[in-house]
Design a protein around this ligand. Structure first.
Ligand code: ZN
Ligand code: ZN
Length: 351
């Protein structure tokens, strides 16, 4: 089959790789029909997350079940599914508590991130490919209703549950002011997710005009990064935002999110940080009674409710799609996304 193979920074190529095959009874084989390129994939592309060359990339896939192992109970050949970026068993202590990101059976394995992120599974394929082996398939795949098309479904694999997790961790209450730092695909999914919880205003902060324009269309108040701090104070009688959400994954955005939260407010971090540590203004956070939340989203646990919200028309992530390209053009998709060319937002690949 063909897959998008990482060769090194700024060098991904679509080429022939081994066909995946079932390895354990709880595996399923999924023929991919749509895959996303994620902002976190750009960390590899930049060389910020070193992974071994030769790995197939991609952790956002939708497809059709081609084959299931004898231990798969809830899926059958021909089912349309979204594959969660996160492999989880659905049965361990953590999965039963709704925390599949801490699954003790998979070891928090993520597709397409190289061997170091394959957890206890040792090796996991990537989904920017024609097919993928899905371990623990009953809880890692989620069958899609006909009302959700492949384009919308890709968002369920990672970025929409990630953004929703960020909104839940923010503990947004009706009437709150929420400020979201970063208007990339995850930040804009956070705009949509925050609105589910009844805030009075969602302020979307970025420095790129076309991204702010899309945030405005989604019902947020757009704000340039340089003016954000003062503007947030002005709009909250000098208090700061009740909830801030960091959706970039860098220290500048995180510091801005901390400084923009009101006393007693919550800072919720969903950006993926390539740096192993950062400067945390701990004295300031202490004095301001800030609550701080960070983590790998519990994707599998949130897919069912988000799937119902998309099927009912309450949520529609498709306005975020800027490009749908053939899988063969994946290298070009990476290049466009990385360079923010062509008003790029979400790039989908079609095998
Ligand atoms: Zn992703
Ligand atoms: Zn588990």
């Amino acid at each position: 089959m063909k897959g998008t193979v990482f060769h090194g920074p700024h060098d991904v190529r679509v080429e022939r790789v081994d066909d995946p095959a079932l390895q354990t009874p709880t595996d399923a084989l999924v023929r991919i029909t749509r895959a996303g390129i994620c902002g976190s994939d750009l960390h590899f592309y930049h060389g910020a997350f070193p992974i071994e060359p030769g790995f197939v990339l991609g952790h956002e896939g939708v497809g059709v079940i081609e084959e299931v192992g004898s231990g798969v109970d809830r899926l059958k050949k021909g089912d349309r599914v979204v594959v969660s970026g996160l492999v989880a068993c659905g049965r361990c202590f953590f999965c039963r508590r709704g925390q599949p990101s801490q699954c003790s059976e998979s070891g928090s394995a993520v597709f397409g991130y190289g061997a170091s992120s394959a957890g206890k599974l040792g090796w996991l394929g990537g989904e920017q490919s024609e097919a993928v082996r899905v371990p623990m398939a009953d809880y890692t795949c989620y069958p899609l209703p006909a009302a959700i098309d492949d384009d919308a479904a890709v968002f369920l694999a990672d970025i929409l549950p990630t953004a929703y997790f960020g909104a839940i961790n923010g503990n947004i209450r009706p009437g709150d002011t929420v400020a979201i730092f970063g208007c990339g695909p995850v930040g804009l999914c956070a705009v949509m997710s925050a609105k589910l919880f009844g805030p009075a205003e969602v302020i979307a902060v970025d420095s790129i005009p076309y991204r702010l324009e899309l945030a405005r269309k989604l019902g947020a108040t757009p704000m340039s990064l340089e003016n954000a701090q003062q503007a947030i104070l002005d709009r909250t009688e000098g208090r700061g935002a009740d909830v801030t959400i960091e959706a970039v994954g860098n220290e500048g955005a995180l510091t801005a999110a901390i400084m923009a939260a009101r006393g007693g407010g919550t800072v919720s971090v969903i950006g993926v940080f390539a740096a192993p540590s950062f400067n945390f203004p701990i004295g300031y956070a202490f004095a301001r009674d800030l609550k701080f939340s960070i983590g790998l989203a519990n994707i599998n646990a949130h897919i069912p409710e988000l799937s119902r919200l998309i099927a009912s028309g309450t949520l529609d992530p498709r306005p975020l799609i800027s490009h749908i390209m053939p899988l063969d053009d994946a290298a070009k998709g990476y290049e466009i996304f990385n360079a923010r060319k062509d008003n790029v937002m979400k790039v989908l690949l079609k095998p």
